[in-house]
Design a protein around this ligand. Structure first.
Ligand SMILES: Cc1cc2nc3c(=O)[nH]c(=O)nc-3n(C[C@H](O)[C@H](O)[C@H](O)COP(=O)(O)OP(=O)(O)OC[C@H]3O[C@@H](n4cnc5c(N)ncnc54)[C@H](O)[C@@H]3O)c2cc1C
Length: 416
């Protein structure tokens, strides 16, 4: 089969790319291993709500038109939203079509699926950033009898073994799951590493409103000081609940969640925690305050419509004078560990020498320069701070589709 471009993946990013390719009259096909929005259907817990408000899921040709722009979509609503977007884009889509290999050919690429091999000039990888849960090496040393699962496998408090739960990792997924289990009557210990503290609202506005208005979400990959670090930062400690409550460490300790430092080791049935909890919390407080300073400066410079409360600072994170450095799994009653320690993309099916030693793709703002005609979408800080959010896919797809068109043009000129 021949086409000009193959897009792999029909999440919102692949669909946004299809919209732009169609707008630029590029013949293409979208190949999806499952259904549209497959990741949301198969890899998320039941109660998940988006942490971005409804107005913020803007996609090319598609905005929010409902009556609750400041609300947060539930998981079924998110799936329905992406399905509606697919209907709007109406892409040339093949579902249940896993791509098993992408390799070079004489005049471009071969994209292999069980049904057919596609020959094309360009390939866009829109297969997501969060495919494989990253477990720390200590996971291998867990004593028998302790159930362990990742955030991809977690579904609800009711699906857990009876007994205490240790959540490892305090980014968005970890704090949301800790909040849910503790509120359901569970007993949660949260092992906290480096984290990014956030507040749901500030001065009467949603934090994402400020991130959008100040331009912080639009900050470009070629403007940021330390791109490697920016790309590896944990997600904000945020949740999208109707009561707009915070899920930072103070909110969790008020519920009764016990905090420890980073899980550093497991030996003879005992967990060992690093002693850096206080420092990490101070650092996170400092960074949140810096972000709020930027917001205040921007608010002072610009006319902000509507009432905006005066500046204020959140209470510093409360940390016990001497948080525990060890914990005996047997005595503590902990029966389950949930690893909320991040993800990495899965490119095991990519037969091209474009991965670094960690399995990450080498790219320049989504352009894989070592493989001309190959592009990637949807990764953290790909081209902008918002790149891995639904809201970021449209502009990234616009830029990369323009690059793709220029590449095809240069190729045909070279052949002429
Ligand atoms: C827990 C969690 C919560 C999030 N919350 C928010 C939020 O509140 N707001 C927000 O804006 N963003 C959020 N995100 C980030 C982001 O929007 C999602 O990760 C989103 O799913 C990424 O979209 P995508 O299209 O890039 O990738 P995905 O939605 O993961 O889509 C990739 C598609 O590629 C397919 N695929 C993969 N490999 C192959 C293959 N070999 N062959 C064919 N098809 C393949 C998959 O089946 C999938 O359908 C969240 C992410 C996570 C993990």
């Amino acid at each position: 089969m021949r086409t000009t471009a193959v897009v792999v993946g029909a999440g919102h990013a692949g669909l946004a790319m299809s919209w732009w390719l169609a707008a630029r009259s590029i013949d293409h096909v979208v190949l999806e291993r499952g259904e549209v929005a497959n990741t949301w259907r198969t890899e998320r817990w039941a109660s998940l709500t988006l942490l971005t408000p409804n107005w913020q899921s803007r996609l090319p040709g598609f905005g929010y038109e409902g009556g609750d722009p400041d609300g947060f979509r539930t998981l079924p609503e998110t799936i329905a939203f992406i399905e509606r977007y697919a209907k709007t884009v109406s892409p040339p889509l093949r579902t249940h079509c896993p791509v098993t290999s992408v390799r070079r050919s004489a005049d471009g690429y071969e994209v292999v699926t069980a049904q057919a091999t596609w020959h094309c000039k360009a390939v866009v990888l829109a297969t997501g950033a969060f495919n494989v849960a990253q477990l720390p090496a200590v996971a291998a040393a867990l004593p028998p009898g302790i159930a362990q699962l990742t955030t991809v496998q977690y579904r609800s408090p009711a699906s857990l073994e009876k007994g205490g739960v240790m959540v490892v990792g305090a980014a968005a997924s970890g704090v949301q799951i800790a909040d849910e289990i503790q509120r359901s009557g569970g007993s949660v210990t949260l092992a906290v590493g480096e984290h990014v503290r956030a507040c749901r609202t500030y001065r009467g506005r949603d934090l994402q409103w400020w991130m959008d208005a100040t331009g912080l979400n639009d900050e470009r990959y070629d403007q940021v000081e330390n791109l490697r670090r920016a790309r590896s930062l944990a997600s904000f400690q945020l949740a999208g609940y109707a009561d707009r409550r915070d899920v930072d460490l103070n909110a969790l300790t008020s519920l009764g969640v016990k905090l420890t430092g980073r899980l550093a080791g497991i030996q003879n049935g005992k967990a060992q925690f690093s002693g850096s909890l206080r420092n990490l919390c101070e650092l996170a407080d400092l960074k949140l305050n810096r972000l709020l300073n930027v917001i205040d400066e921007w608010a002072a410079e610009h006319r902000v419509r509507g009432a905006v409360d005066p500046p204020h600072r959140p209470e510093p994170t409360r940390v016990d004078a001497s948080p525990p450095l060890g914990l005996d799994f047997g005595r503590s009653g902990i029966r389950t560990i949930i690893w909320a320690t991040g993800f990495r993309p899965d490119y095991s099916w990519l037969d091209l020498p474009v991965l670094d030693y960690k399995g990450n793709i080498r790219h320049d703002g989504g352009v894989v320069t070592e493989a001309p005609g190959l592009y990637v979408l949807g990764l953290p800080f790909l081209r902008r701070r918002k790149s891995s959010l639904i809201d970021g896919a449209g502009e990234d797809a616009r830029d990369l589709s323009a690059h793709l068109v220029a590449y095809l043009g240069a190729q045909s000129t070279a052949i002429d």
